[in-house]
Structure formats: structure tokens, C-alpha cells
Write a protein that binds this ligand. Structure first.
Ligand code: UN1
Length: 490
């Protein structure tokens, strides 16, 4: 695929870097232009220039452009899923679900064009005054997205931003430029005006130039804490800069002693190994009641051994490879660290690392909860999971909270009282009961606390970050009456 960027409605092709299929590292999915500093500025200027016209377009008409986009996504679902599987290595069934998730965001945006609340009528102290709030777009939104959800996550950000009248500069991960390009081609085909959606490619230096551009009002980011922290620091001195950051997790499934056993095993397996453990909501800790832990460990390891990690295009496989060699090295280093920290290894990858692609099978270990263990505290992003026993619910909540992250939590219990206990005592952004820690739906807020998020959840909730609320007060009287009883005598 000849890779292109899209700036102010013009396509630019150049061959600066390649996107490879992680299943074999030999198939070139596409060759892409890496934006120069001048191109980054041009993309921001194009978005800035398109802003007044887009802002003045009726919100309902802006939303209707998303109806056209939805039709195109439906038309191309299979092709999008196949391209995504080739480019990021996720199994094609997961890729299809991700295209559907992106479609859901687009449908949500279309629907909220007519129904969404973007202001409130409120009371005034003065009978003759009407008071109301109204949301206004900030202007230019930078959308900086990861490779693990290369279609849905950009739409979580582009959707609400554009609906509310902002214009966007989209900088996808350098691992998944092809699927990003396809998405932007669909925006263009759907008739979004030139400059409303701009696409630039490249590595961290391109993202940095974009984020440091003071004409960018909002940065929507999903990725690592290290990068999110740099974005927040670079933004601190830019006036009116909003950063909505979602930055990883050390998520867990808590299995109580009243859990339905098979459901608990399946929830653990899906949380740990779906997407080969590469969701920011993947669980790398399963906190299991001590009365169940022996039986759970055996069933979990037996199931993990049977999972097929293979060709992403073969729908029968459970999951695919990791995204790149660096990802493989990182997980192998954590596997080695676990051993050196003295945990009990229950399952290790079968055989030496895949020499041709990025395949890696699960690593499962058991350990008591210990604050000193790095391996149970740091994000791994791969098929690597700890089983940690607990005695009391208080202890389970304390183990869950003993990380710097707070993104996603699943509790497996039949007890409403326990569900409420964990709901109130744990620190997280997304809680699940009798489900895996993965699988959010787009109309719910997506984000976390601590190092996982900065208080601006994504997906439907992103509307808060990409708009600012204005207050309006209108006097219907024939003279002036002031609030707070202020005298108006002159
Ligand atoms: C991510 O891992 O970055 O909740 C996003 C889920 C998906 C989105 C994951 N809907 O598992």
C-alpha cells in the first residue's frame, strides 16, 4: 500500500518508513511518509483554518456526516478487519469486533447530534433573567493513538471532537499507519470538509512536535504513562491546553470464594490473554481466594496451555503475535524478572522465542502479595499473569490497590454485598462483575485514576474535554436587576 498523509484536504505520498506484519516481519503492509516539522505545522494550520467553517455548521449537519461514515464502515468492515489483522497482528475476529466498536462510536455520534445534551437551562436569582449553559468547541484537537486499538480508539476521539465542532490532527502509532490511513480515506469519502480531519504519520518526534504546537488546544492521548507524562509536561505552560490522557494499567480479576468456577476461569483467561495481553485493560493479576487457588491455578494453566496463538487471519486461533520485537523482548524480560524475584512459575512459553515473527505463548506464575515485587506492580503488556491468593475481601482490595495504576477491575462473585465492597474500596475507572476486565462499550466513560488517567475519560465522555462550558444570562426585563441583591441605583 502506498502510504499517504492528508493535510488540508491534500494527499501526500512519500516512502520514509514501513509498516510490517508482526506475524512474519517480512510482509510490508505499507510505506509511509514521516511528517517533517513543517508538515506538522501545516496540518495544525489546516485544522485551524477549517475550524470557523466547521464550527458554524449546524451540529445536526455535522452529526449527519457521521451517518455517511457509518455506511462506509459497514461497506468495508471485512477489508478493514483484514488489514488491521495484517498490520497489528490481532486475530481477525477481534479486528472485526474493533471495527464494530468504531462503528458504534460513529453511530453514537450521529445519534447524539439530535439528542445530545450540550447545554442546560438553569435558574436565575432574578425572575426576569433566563440562565443557561452552552458547550463550545475548543478549536484544534490532536488525536495521538496507540497500535493496539488502531481503529476504535481514534474514533472515540475524532467522533466527539468533530461532532462538537472542533477540527483534528490525527497522529496514529507508527505501528499502524495503514489502518489509520483507511479510516481517514473514509472520512474524506464521507464528505468531511478539507482540513477538518488531517492525518500525519511518524514516530515520537512527530507526536512531540504536534503536542508542542501552541495552536493545538486539546491533546487526546492513549498510550504509555511515560509518553502521557511528557505530553502533560509539555502542555503545562500552554494557555488553555487540555490533555485527556489514558495511560495503561496493572489491572486485576478478583475471584471470590463464592465465584462460579468456570466463569471465573474464563474471565481470567480472557482478561489475561485476549489480544495476547495487549489491551490497556488486560489483567496481569488474578487475585484468587485462598480456598480456591489450587484448583483455580490448575484449571487456568490447563486452559492457557490449550490456547492457540497463530496466524491472525485464521479465525480459529485464539490470538495472534505481539506487535513487534520490542514487545516480545519486554515480556521476556518480565518473565525473567519474575523468576529472579523468586515466584513459582506455573507455565512458561513453549520453546525459544519465535525467530520469524513476534509470537509468544503465556507465562503464568503464582506468588504471595509482596510490595517489593516489581513484577506484580509494573505494566507488562503481553501474555504474562500472576495468580495471587487472598484471605479476606479487605486484603483483596488492598492487593488490587497496591499499584500506581487504576484502570480496570473485574470481580467474580455471586454476592451483591461483596460487589459493593469492591466497587467502593478499589481505585479504578472501569469495574466489571462476573465479566473479564476487558470489553468496554463506547457510550460509557473509558479512563482511569492514578497513573492510568488524568480525569478526562475517553469515548462518549470525551465531550467534556473537547468543549468548554459557557454561561449565558439573558435579561427579559425593561430595567437592570443584579444578582446578589446589588443595588442598581446610579
Ligand atoms: C485499550 O485497551 O486501549 O474495553 C482499549 C476494551 C475495548 C477497548 C480497549 N473496548 O477492552
Amino acid at each position: 500500500m502506498p502510504g499517504r498523509s492528508f493535510i488540508g484536504g491534500d494527499w501526500h505520498a512519500r516512502e520514509d518508513f514501513t509498516s510490517l506484519n508482526p506475524a512474519n516481519l517480512s510482509e510490508v503492509v505499507g510505506t509511509f511518509p514521516a511528517a517533517t516539522p513543517a508538515e506538522v505545522s501545516a496540518a495544525v494550520e489546516a485544522a485551524r483554518a477549517a475550524f470557523p467553517g466547521w464550527r458554524r455548521t449546524s451540529r445536526i449537519l455535522r452529526a449527519e456526516a457521521f451517518d455517511r461514515l457509518a455506511q462506509l464502515i459497514k461497506r468495508d468492515t471485512d477489508a478493514l478487519a483484514t488489514l488491521m489483522a495484517r498490520e497489528c497482528g490481532k486475530n481477525v475476529t477481534e479486528c472485526r469486533a474493533e471495527v464494530v466498536e468504531g462503528l458504534h462510536m460513529v453511530q453514537y455520534v450521529f445519534g447524539t447530534g439530535r439528542t445530545g445534551v450540550y447545554g442546560e437551562v438553569v435558574a436565575s436569582e432574578i425572575a426576569e433573567k433566563d440562565a443557561f449553559t452552552r458547550r463550545k468547541p475548543w478549536g484544534v484537537v490532536a488525536v495521538v493513538t496507540p497500535w493496539n486499538f488502531p481503529f476504535a480508539v481514534p474514533l472515540w476521539m475524532l467522533g466527539p471532537s468533530l461532532l462538537e465542532g472542533n477540527t483534528c490532527v490525527f497522529k496514529p502509532s507508527e505501528e499502524t499507519p495503514a489502518i489509520a490511513l483507511k479510516l481517514v480515506e473514509l472520512f474524506a469519502e464521507a464528505g468531511f470538509p478539507a482540513g477538518t480531519v488531517n492525518l500525519i504519520h511518524g514516530r515520537g518526534d512527530v507526536g512531540e512536535a504536534l503536542v508542542k504546537n501552541p495552536a493545538v488546544n486539546v491533546v487526546c492521548f492513549t498510550g504509555s504513562y511515560a509518553v502521557g507524562e511528557r505530553i502533560q509536561q509539555a502542555s503545562a505552560t500552554i494557555p488553555n491546553r487540555i490533555v485527556a490522557a489514558e495511560m495503561g494499567g496493572k489491572n486485576a480479576v478478583i475471584v471470590c470464594d463464592d465465584a462460579r468456577f468456570d466463569l471465573a476461569v474464563n474471565a481470567g483467561i480472557l482478561s489475561a490473554f485476549k489480544t495476547t495481553g495487549q489491551r490497556c485493560v488486560s489483567a496481569s493479576r488474578i487475585i484468587v481466594h485462598e480456598s480456591l487457588v489450587e484448583r483455580y491455578a490448575k484449571a487456568f494453566v490447563d486452559t492457557a496451555k490449550r490456547l492457540q496463538f497463530g496466524d491472525p487471519l485464521d479465525a480459529k486461533n485464539f490470538a495472534g503475535p505481539l506487535v513487534n520485537r520490542k514487545g516480545v523482548e519486554k515480556v521476556l524480560n518480565y518473565n525473567a524478572l519474575a523468576k529472579s524475584e523468586g515466584v513459582e512459575v506455573l507455565l512458561a512459553p513453549n520453546g525459544p522465542p519465535d525467530a520469524k515473527g513476534c509470537f509468544l505463548t503465556p507465562f503464568v506464575y503464582r506468588t504471595e502479595a509482596k510490595p517489593s515485587l516489581r513484577v506484580t506492580h509494573e505494566e507488562v503488556f503481553g501474555p504474562h499473569v500472576a495468580l495471587i491468593p487472598f484471605k479476606t475481601d479487605e486484603q483483596a482490595a488492598a492487593i488490587y490497590n497496591d499499584t500506581e495504576y487504576g484502570l480496570s477491575m473485574a470481580v467474580i462473585t455471586e454476592s451483591y454485598r461483596r460487589m459493593r465492597f469492591f466497587r467502593d474500596e478499589c481505585e479504578y475507572g472501569m469495574g466489571y462483575v462476573n465479566l473479564p476486565s476487558i470489553g468496554a462499550e463506547v457510550h460509557l466513560p473509558f479512563g482511569g485514576v492514578k497513573k492510568s488517567g488524568n480525569g478526562h475519560p475517553s469515548a462518549a465522555a470525551l465531550v467534556e474535554a473537547v468543549t468548554h462550558k459557557t454561561a449565558w444570562t439573558v435579561n427579559h426585563g425593561t430595567d437592570i436587576k443584579m444578582a446578589q441583591g446589588l443595588t442598581t441605583a446610579i
